[in-house]
Design a protein around this ligand. Structure first.
Ligand code: ARG
Length: 461
């Protein structure tokens, strides 16, 4: 007795603790749409191959539609005795259509069934990430186009380095997101083979048509090895790796917004809609959404590590450890979707305080490299020597408390006699960014060129 699905050889049913530790229905009910879809593809194939009668195939397909309609309205019932979504659905099907329901599981095992369902689910999650990231890229190129000329300080070590444009800075994230998208696309290609028909581990003696089910489910074809098909979860790990890398990019962008929103910076006014207040300090507007994106990136990477640790050391083929594959993937997917949406809103709606950015770019002697470059070009001084001369000029400007371009010419000449009045045209922040027109550089013309290419790639032109 005991379990109606597999209890034939058992004298006793499972203990309460066995039922509880075994039950995956509390989380794998999220697979119900994929499970119904895969079952319908399977039974249509069983009918076409005359493994079940046409009549039974049709009865089962209609029954599955009815189960789906019930789930849609009432949700999926959670009965631990039925273990998982696969047995929950089959059990309800049997209640609805009677003994014919028992023919659905012909030439199939829960092992290839869950591998199929989960691939379909992860494939959808990849597509969802693509759509979300495309929206984020659109927001980035739109704001970058608005700010191709807006000058801000560029940093290394978070110390003022050289002036850049805000458009250039935003386009840096466009590039990162483009690579994230290519990682999801690449992972999707590898995922897109159907494990259905691998059965428990060895394949099946029934004359199934794996091409047919693969095609019905939108796969590029069937997998080649039945043991591999039910044993590996590298498609889910590929997804989690792409998600982790993407979350890491989002976290860095979030971190920049947090810094920029801080009063001593004051580079941005975050949208009210993505900020919160303080219960005690009335003046506060906190960047909580950005902080949570930064926090979520850690959790997403935790999900990746979780599944890696589940899979390491498992012998072929299926082991029940693998049931633990789903919670980290589900968690990562929902955290990632939220993170992408939050950063898209932040990029689209933040007010950039370009006056504050421009003023900050004047601080910290950001055009010192331009002075050194000028000495190289106009006076043919080797760069290392020019670097040294410029260092002396920075030291003097620091003592006087003025920017480089406000040092009197005679003082500059006293440092090196080869300096003349033309140098001042090189020392403004505008001249500095305009000069950097190397491919991929921060010159406004270069930024506009990159924005135009990106808009074309996104189909915005
Ligand atoms: N709920 C199971 C899982 O998610 C389905 C596969 C069960 N297979 C088995 N041989 N017990 O992994």
């Amino acid at each position: 007795g005991g379990n109606q699905m597999w209890g034939g050889r058992f004298a006793e049913g499972p203990s309460a603790i066995m039922r509880e530790i075994n039950a995956s229905i509390p989380f794998d009910k999220a697979l119900w749409r994929q499970d119904i879809r895969a079952s319908k593809a399977h039974v249509a194939m069983l009918g076409a191959m005359h493994i079940v009668s046409d009549e039974d195939a049709v009865t089962i397909e209609r029954g599955l539609d009815q189960v789906a309609a019930e789930y849609e309205v009432n949700g999926v019932p959670e009965d631990w005795a039925l273990e998982d979504i696969h047995m929950t659905t089959e059990s309800r099907l049997a209640e609805l259509i009677g003994p014919a329901a028992g023919r659905l599981h012909t030439a199939r095992s829960r092992n290839d069934q869950v591998a199929t369902d989960f691939r379909l689910w992860v494939r959808d999650a990849m597509d969802e990430a693509q759509a979300g990231l495309e929206a984020l890229q659109r927001a980035l190129v739109t704001r970058a186009g608005e700010h191709a000329d807006s000058i801000m300080p560029g940093f290394t070590h978070l110390q003022t380095a050289q002036p850049v444009t805000l458009g250039h800075h935003l386009m840096a994230y466009y590039e990162m997101i483009a690579r994230d998208r290519s990682r999801f696309a690449d992972a999707r290609k590898r995922l897109n083979r159907s494990p259905l028909g691998a059965a428990a581990l060895a394949g099946t003696g029934f004359p199934i048509d794996r091409e047919m089910t693969a095609q019905a489910l939108g796969f590029d074809g069937p997998t080649a090895n039945s043991l591999d098909s039910v044993s590996d979860r590298d498609f889910a790990l590929d997804y989690l790796m792409a998600a982790s890398q993407c979350a890491l990019h989002l976290s860095r962008l979030a971190e920049e917004f947090i810094i920029w929103a801080s009063q001593p910076f004051g580079f941005v006014a975050l949208p009210d809609s993505l900020s919160t207040g303080s219960s005690i300090m009335p003046q506060k507007k906190n960047p909580d959404a950005a902080e949570l994106v930064r926090g979520h990136s850690g959790r997403i990477t935790g999900c990746l590590v979780s599944l890696m640790m589940t899979m390491k050391g498992l012998p072929l083929a299926y082991s029940k450890d693998m049931q633990d594959d789903k919670p980290p993937v589900f968690e990562a997917a929902s955290l990632l979707a939220l993170s992408i949406a939050a950063m898209t809103g932040m990029v689209a709606e933040t007010r950039f305080r370009t006056d504050r950015m421009r003023a900050a770019a004047e601080l910290g002697f950001a055009t010192a490299t331009d002075l050194a470059d000028w000495l190289v070009r106009q006076a043919d001084i080797p760069f290392r020597e020019a670097h040294h001369i410029t260092g002396a000029a920075v030291k003097l400007a620091e003592q006087r408390g003025v920017p480089l371009d406000q040092l009197p010419l005679e003082d500059l000449k006293a440092i090196d006699s080869r300096i003349d009045a033309r140098v001042f045209s090189a020392l403004s922040v505008e001249a500095s960014v305009a000069a950097r027109k190397s491919h991929g550089g921060t010159a406004p013309d270069q930024v506009r060129k990159q924005v135009a290419l990106a808009r074309e790639a996104l189909g915005l032109e």
